[in-house]
Design a protein around this ligand. Structure first.
Ligand code: GAP
Length: 452
């Protein structure tokens, strides 16, 4: 079956089922800002948990960090972000809109939306001007004595300035990494295709410090490793690719970057960047702060500034890719169903417990008891409202991989029906084995049933 997903369908499902809401909606909304509802929070938490698992828990060469969002303003001067973290913008003197100069071919003209800015006779674009993406704020109560500061536009700098602390205390020797998940902020001008590009977002970044001679090899290693992470979590191979940056696309700190791109409904777009940052950051902060950020091994008489390979992913953008890739529509017994075929380890809810006849106290009593048992192990939901078909559809739309139904037969033989979200196969298992069945299933390898 062809892919039927569009961004509008994802936005509508996300809203209908309470994954994501437009922020400040009762005040008319705020472009490029979103709030996450219950299932959105659970989905995001699962994405972050899988990342931490792969980057920190399953390895012994990477440690975790949680640094401040507001850092000393010198950090951003020294890192080059005050000077170099810009987007080129143009204004249209006719429609009074502002556009990213490098995105004109993806944007709608303010006066004639079927055209791109600059394509109609009335368009009157200025020359591109550089616009810094950092949000400014002020520390301190008094205007005169306050200090201008920035909300961090990347989590990475918090890692570089802690290099010495972590290297000493964690007793790690290059190659080793520091991983961090946290919010970042960018004053993005291009309105952003739902949660693909927002003003505020979460990053999952890892700075891997290596001997300079090994950096190229580690760059290749991390590109492969990160690509495999998405594949393991069920994203279709046909919808992922690696694209090396052209020289004129590189960030001010990078000597080589490859993006892992996903085929979103808006076309191939960056999901994660893996950059060779060389000694740019540690070198700059050594010079800027006077603190030597280098690796010293006095026994071996070794001293050098490590080079850095950085896989930098976005939580919200990954969540969008997982939802897009999982979205499916099909007709079953003459009725359409929408289903999110999420990897069970990413799915917000792992199991729904459904009493077939909620008014029957014996049935609902058994269902409640099973639910209480399951929710201690996984995120489970109890649903006794409405027809069973509707309840199944609801769980399909939030991507719940299994539904356990308790019915009259349960009262006779203590078995329940287990319904598989993807195949719709139903099987009966003893209620006493339901928990073990679920945990075994969740631990299994999983491949999407969607065509590649
Ligand atoms: N430290 C390197 C760095 O920040 P980046 O490519 O600018 O690199 C890394 O950002 C990732 O953060 C991107 O691949 C994307 O997933 C996410 N990201 C960046 N800007 C974003 C935005 N405005 N909204 C949502 N996610 C964003």
């Amino acid at each position: 079956m062809p892919d039927t997903v569009t961004m509008d369908k994802i936005v509508s499902l996300a809203r209908r089922r309470g994954f994501v809401f437009p922020s400040s909606e009762i005040y008319g909304g705020l472009g490029s800002a979103y709030d996450y509802g219950h299932y959105g929070v659970l989905l995001k938490e699962n994405v972050k948990a899988r990342w931490l698992e792969a980057m920190v828990r399953e390895r012994d060469d990477i440690v975790a960090l949680d640094s401040s969002i507001i850092l000393h303003p010198r950090v951003w001067e020294v890192s080059g972000h005050v000077e170099g973290f810009h987007d080129p913008l143009v204004d249209c003197r006719f429609c009074k809109r502002r556009y990213r100069a490098d995105h004109l071919d993806q944007l709608e003209c303010g006066a004639k939306p079927s055209k791109h800015p600059g394509e109609t006779e009335s368009c009157d674009l200025t020359e591109p001007r550089q616009f810094n993406l950092m949000f400014q704020t002020r520390i301190g109560a008094l205007e005169e004595t306050g200090l201008d500061a920035y909300l961090r536009p990347e989590t990475a700098q918090g890692i570089f300035i802690n290099f010495k602390n972590v290297a000493q205390i964690a007793r790690r020797k290059p190659p080793f990494g520091i991983a961090q998940i946290g919010k970042a902020f960018r004053n993005e001008i291009t309105p952003g295709n739902f949660i693909f590009r927002t003003l505020e977002f979460e990053q999952m970044e890892m700075e891997f410090f290596v001997p300079p001679a090994d950096a190229e090899e580690w760059l290749r290693y991390w590109i492969e490793e990160r690509l495999n992470w998405y594949l393991r979590l069920g994203i279709r191979e046909s919808h992922l690719r690696v694209r090396p940056h052209e020289a004129d696309e590189l960030s001010h700190y990078s000597s080589a970057t490859s993006d892992i791109e996903y085929l979103f409904p808006i076309g191939w777009s960056e999901l994660e960047g893996i950059a060779h940052r060389g000694d740019y950051d540690l070198g700059a902060h050594t010079e800027g702060s006077g603190t030597k950020l280098e690796w010293v091994d006095s026994e071996a008489g070794e001293r050098y500034t490590p080079h850095v390979v950085e896989p930098a992913a976005g939580v919200n953008r990954s969540m969008l890719a997982f939802m897009v890739d999982a979205y499916d529509e099909e007709v079953v017994a003459d009725r359409e169903r929408t289903v999110l075929r999420l990897h069970p380890q990413i799915a917000p809810v792992k199991v729904a417990v459904l009493p077939l006849i909620p008014r029957n106290e014996d049935i609902s009593g058994k269902a409640r008891a099973l639910y209480e048992e399951l929710r201690r192990a996984v995120v489970a939901e109890y649903d006794d409202s409405g027809q069973i078909g509707r309840r199944y559809r609801r769980q399909d739309e939030i991507g719940t991989p299994y539904a356990f139904t308790i019915d009259e037969q349960t009262l006779e033989d203590d078995t329940i029906t287990i319904r598989d979200r993807d195949s719709l196969a139903q099987e009966r298992v003893p209620i006493s084995g339901a928990r073990a069945f679920l945990l075994d299933k969740l631990a299994e390898e999983w491949k999407t049933p969607k065509a590649d």
